[in-house]
Design a protein around this ligand. Structure first.
Ligand SMILES: Cc1cc2nc3c(=O)[nH]c(=O)nc-3n(C[C@H](O)[C@H](O)[C@H](O)COP(=O)(O)OP(=O)(O)OC[C@H]3O[C@@H](n4cnc5c(N)ncnc54)[C@H](O)[C@@H]3O)c2cc1C
Length: 404
């Protein structure tokens, strides 16, 4: 493995950093307080080409590799988690799933608009009664000729009220022997009659992000909008989540870095007992821990990105990366508040927002408990990677950046 970043990696990371620092950081506090997404975020990310970074140019993307995706997520979450969430749901959960599982016709039809951000996507797995236990999803899709009739509700869906399309896991076979075998995936136009959406208010964190619900009442979805075969929905969903988790891991590394940088700066400025608090050993220990955790989190997500580039399955490695970075991110944000003392307890400083934002990442894309179970399953040998009919394509620089 070679983790040396190329000039292209550095250039892409800078593009994300410039956007986040110049165009969002100055106004993020105001929008976090309003609990609304800044209106320029989605159009500007689309305009800059950030929303299709690791999709080949022939499908409207930038043709960069998966490490670029991780680096971008790190830069975005170093400013605010809501920006990284856009990458996680629009690109990793929805766009990359179309790329991995879609037919050539579906890719040609939908991917260019998605990769260019002309169509914003969300991903609906969670329901009021089903989160960690994906196999218990109840939203039904009953086939009637060449359409599915979809009924049910999805809950806690990022970008629910901003997106034009949703990648949705539905139950097509209520009688399947194994509940997980009765699921399928549909790509649903949210303008279809029978679809209603709304926002969830009163969230602890990611307040400048959009999180909501989607209800389906007798929604007619053409059979040609099914992604993958009927009954393949569980696998499609799990491989989507493998990609989503990678972006959450990389984002949490960015949050760790932001906590570290803010704490180092403040510790050098704040004096107690006649010296900067940076000279107190107990403060130095907190900083050292943040620095170490950032390094580990970054190495773990870079390894996953490298494996994705090679076309190597990385479910376990990405689980390590996601759980480590999000748990360590929460600890770092809490310690950053401690370094700041009372000032850390107010929204005058970013660390308060980091602390609230980091909590959700221990819940979505697999709770910390679910990741522990996954890792133990591999360790005991009762969990193995089953080969997928459609694996995530390895990065191929020449083919992905060919001019059209
Ligand atoms: C800000 C935010 C954004 C989100 N965005 C999306 C999105 O875009 N799309 C989407 O589909 N979902 C999204 N979610 C939902 C998220 O993925 C789910 O909340 C998550 O999967 C957990 O499901 P749950 O909340 O139903 O918890 P549950 O599954 O009910 O779990 C409750 C508790 O029980 C524990 N638990 C469950 N099973 C076990 C077990 N077998 N052993 C031990 N402990 C267990 C869990 O770890 C947890 O602590 C989002 C959530 C948040 C907070």
């Amino acid at each position: 493995m070679d983790f040396a970043l190329t000039e292209e990696h550095k250039m892409v990371a800078k593009m994300y950093r410039d956007f986040a620092e110049k165009e969002v950081a100055p106004i993020i506090k105001e929008w976090d307080r309003k609990q609304q997404m800044p209106p320029h975020v989605l159009p500007r990310m689309a305009e800059l080409g950030l929303l299709g970074v690791c999709i080949p140019t022939r499908y409207g993307g930038q043709g960069m590799d998966y490490i670029c995706l991780g680096l971008g997520c790190e830069e975005l979450e170093a400013v605010d988690a809501s920006l990284r969430v856009v990458m996680s749901v629009h690109l990793a959960l929805a766009g990359m799933t179309l790329f991995q599982w879609g037919s050539e016709l579906q890719k040609q039809t939908y991917l260019p608009d998605v990769a260019r951000g002309e169509v914003i996507c969300c991903a609906g797995f969670t329901e009021p009664g089903a989160g960690s236990d994906i196999a218990s999803i109840r939203t039904s899709a009953r086939r009637n000729g060449d359409v599915y009739l979809v009924n049910g509700e999805k809950m806690w869906i990022s970008l629910a009220t901003k997106a034009q399309y949703a990648l949705v896991t539905v139950r097509t076979n209520p009688d399947a022997e194994e509940p997980s075998q009765g699921l399928s995936t549909l790509f649903i136009d949210l303008k279809s009659p029978g679809v209603t959406t709304g926002d969830i208010h009163g969230k602890l964190g990611v307040r400048a992000g959009s999180t909501g619900w989607i209800a389906f009442q007798d929604v007619r979805v053409p059979v040609e909008n099914r992604i993958g075969e009927e009954g393949e929905g569980f696998r499609v969903t799990m491989s989507a989540i493998d990609n989503g988790r990678y972006t959450v891991a990389a984002g949490a590394a960015g949050l760790l870095r932001a906590c570290l940088e803010a704490s180092v700066k403040y510790a050098q400025e704040r004096h107690t007992f006649g010296v900067p608090i940076a000279q107190h050993q107990l403060i130095r220990a907190k900083i050292a821990r943040m620095a170490q955790d950032y390094d580990i989190a970054r190495l773990l997500y870079l390894r996953s990105g490298w494996m994705k580039n090679q076309g190597i399955r990385n479910t376990l490695q990405t689980s390590y990366a996601k759980q480590f970075a999000t748990d360590a991110g929460f600890a770092a944000a809490s310690e950053a508040i401690q370094v700041f003392g009372s000032y850390g307890f107010s929204d005058e400083y970013d660390v308060e927002r980091f602390f609230r934002n980091t909590r959700g990442a221990m819940i979505y894309e697999g709770t910390s408990e679910i990741h522990t179970l996954i890792q133990a399953g591999y360790a005991f040998g009762d969990r193995q990677d089953a080969a997928l009919r459609c694996e995530l394509p390895a990065h191929d620089p020449a083919a992905w950046q060919e001019t059209r």
